[in-house]
Design a protein around this ligand. Structure first.
Ligand SMILES: Nc1ncnc2c1ncn2[C@@H]1O[C@H](COP(=O)(O)OP(=O)(O)OP(=O)(O)O)[C@@H](O)[C@H]1O
Length: 686
């Protein structure tokens, strides 16, 4: 299916297509560079309640659906490349002079301090969930009624968003495989990663004791597996696009890229915030037009356990927690934005400021976690002088290389300390996501700075998308397997998504989210098209170069068939187990009481098995971190005051583990109780 057909299906009713259009006027109304001049000069919360005309073709006649047409995209420069506008509706366009006065409004570019007020969601109680949007709607209907939008249309749009919100998985784990790069091709490294739908197989070549080679197959199942042919546009559609509408429904969502250095995290993450901003602005200016919503952007990094503002010359920031345990980052500048180009500039500026360093693995590698947040806030009608309240937030995290914790051989002390810090935060992130999906009362935020700053993204109505980036090369096999195991644990150990359900739910997810196989949904050769216009020249050159060198190589495990699988990995066994699982459930129930109890017991046994292996893994990982921290401590030979910091961190990790083990014990007690009941049932039926 080509891109256009796909889009046609995705867009649904003509009304919606209509609504999603931008006019050229809107896109032209950029504020290129102006934020630089105005940064710091304007007050953040000036009155912006006046209805704004962004030149949307709302309800205007004569427009066709939004189209993705490769040639057409090419012919458009700048941001327009994403939208093909057959004609600009005359009724909705304003002379640029009129537009200018409003869009030059200082409020659009005002930086602000991220303070407690901006996080004040008190008036929007968590448990009201999606109904909160109704408040905004009714406000709007009473105060202003846009010409081209009827009350019904608005309600329908919001209802559709709510429905979509309910269908968006709480955690989604997606894997993206990048093509072989120049270096890997030069070293004759093979592509050892095979992908089919949402399955992925890693062919690991190993040596037997007699030095003969064999291939070990490791199979994994995820919500989606995106191969090397998948474009950044498709990545967006699979990961972030479904979340965007629910940001208006009081959702805090997090999308993060995990993977070894050079696996494509930055390449994958970079375009996502801009694409999301476009969709947010579109919703804001159409579905939620005149509802008092505003979009704010902030961008900071965590480097060596400290926070730096990437939009304010890497100013050091500090994190505070108020009495209500709300986290606020004191001094972080938030920019109120209303056009895509300004957002692109902000993102570019932040990326350029991001600290990079050198390691053995990747000369340009990033050693920090970069966090870009898009916050949707709302001004209460009639109270525009008050700071707007946070409605929803979308956080994009480009994590530091996952292998850094172990990257201790060829680097100096500083790099090794950073490595330990990175490792700790990645572990803490996994713990938080798992706790979140298990609806655990206790979420171990304090495990690291990263999870502490993301605290408000983990409470209430939240969504998480993990994009695991992997290199296909044989030389990265070990790191690739580590990444996939981390992703597998994030997904498969969660309550609602244990391994036995995974095969089925994942397949379902994929069916829901894509209308056909991903590769067939793409026109050939689209990999490097649709790059945002703000991508710099160097980057463009890099991308062009990549296009040349990323030829597809036939791996030897496919070529000659000589290398036979020796044994399959645990993951394969898990998949097979899961395939067998429904058989228990489909069996005719002679004695419903007993077979239910059998099912329960089997389920419980499986749960126990998963839980125990999860905890064993956790303990192993913790021990590794503790060992590493201890080594660093000894090597660093730091003065006593630094030791305190290390020791309290170790204590925090250990108490976290103690809580997990306590939970395991509780579970086992529960299990024993169930087992006893089961025995009683069996003996009474005998
Ligand atoms: N899917 C892809 N298609 C084409 N090129 C890619 C893809 N993924 C990554 N690359 C290229 O691979 C190189 C490394 O990617 P990137 O910088 O995104 O890695 P990273 O995981 O962010 O590394 P680090 O952790 O060191 O920052 C870049 O030159 C990038 O352009």
């Amino acid at each position: 299916m080509n891109g256009m057909g796909r889009q046609g299906q995705r867009s649904g009713a003509a009304v919606r297509n209509h609504q999603r259009q931008y006019s050229d006027d809107y896109l032209d109304a950029s504020s290129n560079g102006r934020w630089l001049q105005t940064a710091g000069l304007q007050s953040l919360y000036s009155n912006t309640s006046a209805p704004q005309d962004y030149g949307f073709s709302v309800g205007g006649g004569g427009q066709g659906p939004r189209m993705y047409n490769r040639n057409a995209q090419r012919s458009f420069g700048g941001m327009n490349e994403y939208y093909m506008e057959p004609s600009t509706p005359p009724g909705n366009s304003r002379p640029s002079s009129q537009r200018k006065s409003r869009e030059d409004s200082p409020s659009d570019f005002s930086p602000g301090l991220l303070d407690l007020h901006s996080f004040d969601t008190e008036l929007l109680p968590e448990d009201r969930g999606f109904d909160d949007s109704d408040v905004f709607i009714s406000n709007n209907i009473q105060t202003s009624r846009p010409q081209d939008m009827t009350e019904n249309n608005l309600l329908k749009s919001v209802a559709a968003d709510k429905e979509r919100a309910n269908s968006v998985a709480k955690i989604k784990v997606v894997v993206r495989k990048r093509p072989l790069n120049k270096k890997e091709l030069a070293k004759n490294e093979e592509d050892i990663v095979e992908t089919t739908a949402n399955y992925l197989t890693v062919h690991e070549t190993k040596l037997k004791v007699d030095l003969t080679e064999y291939v070990e197959k490791h199979e994994f199942v995820f919500d989606a597996v995106l191969n090397e042919e998948v474009s950044n546009d498709e990545v967006y559609r699979e990961t972030v696009e479904p979340i965007v509408p629910i940001i208006f429904q009081r959702t805090k969502a997090t999308c993060f890229a995990y993977g070894q250095t050079g696996s494509g995290k930055t390449f994958t993450m970079k375009p996502l915030p801009l694409k999301a901003s476009k969709d947010i602005l579109r919703l804001m200016h159409h579905t939620y037009r005149n509802q008092g919503f505003h979009l704010f952007v902030s961008f900071f990094e965590i480097y060596g356990g400290k926070l730096y503002d990437l939009l304010n010359d890497r100013k050091k920031l500090c994190m505070r927690e108020d009495g209500k345990q709300q986290v606020c980052i004191v001094g972080l500048q938030e920019y109120k934005v209303s056009d895509v180009e300004t957002i692109g500039e902000l993102i570019e500026k932040g990326n350029a400021t991001r600290s990079t360093g050198t390691t053995g693995a990747n000369e340009e590698s990033s050693r920090s976690h970069a966090i870009l947040q898009l916050a949707v806030k709302n001004s209460v009608s009639g109270k525009e002088s008050k700071p707007p309240r946070l409605v929803g937030k979308l956080s994009f995290i480009d994590l530091a290389g996952s292998e850094r914790g172990a990257d201790t051989t060829d680097n100096d002390k500083q790099t090794r300390i950073e490595g330990a810090e990175i490792n700790k935060s990645l572990l803490a992130l996994k713990e938080c996501i798992r706790a979140l999906d298990n609806d655990q009362g206790h979420i171990p935020f304090r495990g690291s700075k990263l999870t502490e700053v993301l605290r408000d993204s983990f409470v209430g109505n939240s969504r998480t998308v993990m994009i695991s980036c992997i290199s296909p090369s044989s030389g990265s096999c070990e790191h690739t397997l580590n990444t996939l195991r981390y992703a597998d644990r994030v997904k498969s150990l969660s309550k609602g998504n244990n391994v036995k359900k995974d095969t089925f739910s994942s397949t379902l997810n994929l069916k829901e989210s894509t209308t056909g196989p991903l590769t067939s949904a793409l026109p050939s050769g689209t990999m490097f098209e649709n790059e945002p216009a703000w991508v710099g020249r160097n980057e463009r050159e890099e991308v062009d170069a990549s296009e040349e060198i990323f030829e597809q190589r036939k791996p030897s495990w496919k070529k000659n068939g000589k290398l036979e699988p020796f044994r399959t990995s645990v993951a394969v066994e898990n998949v097979q187990k899961s395939n067998n699982q429904p058989k228990w459930k489909d069996m005719p129930k002679a004695d419903s009481h007993n077979s239910n109890s059998d099912d329960d017991l089997n389920e419980l046994l499986q749960e126990e098995e998963d839980l125990i292996s999860a905890h064993r893994k956790q303990v192993e990982e913790t021990m590794n971190i503790v060992r590493m921290e201890m080594n660093l401590l000894v090597e660093a030979d730091q003065p006593g005051n630094h030791l305190d910091g290390y020791i309290s961190r170790l204590n925090a990790i250990l108490s976290q583990k103690a809580a997990a083990i306590y939970q395991l014990q509780n579970h086992l007690v529960h299990f024993q109780k169930r087992l006893k009941e089961h025995n009683v049932l069996i003996s009474s039926s005998d």
